[in-house]
Design a protein around this ligand. Structure first.
Ligand SMILES: Nc1ncnc2c1ncn2[C@@H]1O[C@H](COP(=O)(O)OP(=O)(O)OP(=O)(O)O)[C@@H](O)[C@H]1O
Length: 232
């Protein structure tokens, strides 16, 4: 079943046309990745889905509901969550307060215990303030906050960026558990190995245009595609 269907998305920053008729589809329970060179438009795509950037035209249908043109808070209520690259958490609040606050206005929410089961590290650190967390813990908290709202779909913008390999390993495991539990995810990530381990399908975006779609399995034996769209 298709959970998210995006068609003909055009987004701008001021007069700069950034996304050109972007389209993509995500099945329920699927992990889909969006890859592309720096500045290709990956973050802008996620922001356009979430209403952080308002697309000038196009359609974003989540579970039968048209979301294009709506405000982010309305899109969040409809079941979408974006975990920003810059991990928006409250530094002065502790882990548990951050989580509880995230769930407060949600129409539906995960029990705290379920987030702690997914991220045991957050349970250990539940009384620590946001500012006292490591980068990896902050990322776990940012994802945990999104999960508190029981989203139909989570958009992850470079979750592994700037993290030490050992932390990436732990976070990867948590993301895999999340995917195995049926969470639908759209992932933007520079770490190709991690992306291909998590995602089932991959879209390549090039200069704001959706350029190619491939299964992760195919990509593992087609370095030419990676070379063409990522230069790696
Ligand atoms: N707030 C902004 N105002 C103006 N232009 C922007 C803004 N944010 C991004 N851009 C431009 O839009 C284009 C797409 O940027 P975007 O951040 O979506 O790319 P990306 O694929 O996520 O790249 P990266 O991997 O470097 O994060 C780039 O040319 C970028 O310079």
């Amino acid at each position: 079943m298709t959970l998210l269907e995006v068609k003909g998305l055009n987004s701008y920053y001021g007069d700069s046309h950034i996304l050109f008729d972007v389209g993509l589809r995500v099945e329920k329970n699927e992990v889909v990745a969006l890859l592309g060179r720096n500045g290709a438009g990956k973050s802008t795509t996620l922001k356009s889905l979430m209403g952080v950037v308002t697309p000038r035209s196009g359609s974003v249908v989540l579970d039968g509901q048209q979301l294009a043109g709506r405000k982010s808070h309305a899109i969040a209520r409809a079941g979408m969550q974006l975990v920003h690259e810059e991990r928006r958490i409250f530094g002065s609040l502790n882990v548990e307060e951050n989580l509880v606050l995230a769930g407060l206005t949600a129409p539906d929410r995960w029990p705290l215990a379920r987030v702690y089961e997914m991220f045991p590290r957050l349970k250990e650190r539940r009384t620590s303030r946001g500012t006292d967390l490591s980068g990896g813990e902050q990322q776990m908290l940012a994802i945990g906050r999104a999960l508190m709202r029981s989203p139909k779909i989570v958009l992850l913008d470079e979750p592994f960026e700037g993290l030490a390999p050992v932390i990436v390993h732990d976070l990867m495991q948590a993301c895999r558990d999340l995917a195995d539990a049926g969470q639908t995810i759209v992932l933007v990530e520079q770490n190709l190995a991690a992306t291909l381990q998590l995602a089932k399908r991959v879209y390549f975006i090039n200069n704001g245009h959706m350029a190619h779609e491939s299964s992760a399995a195919e990509l593992r034996c087609r370095p030419d595609i990676l070379q063409k769209y990522l230069g790696v």
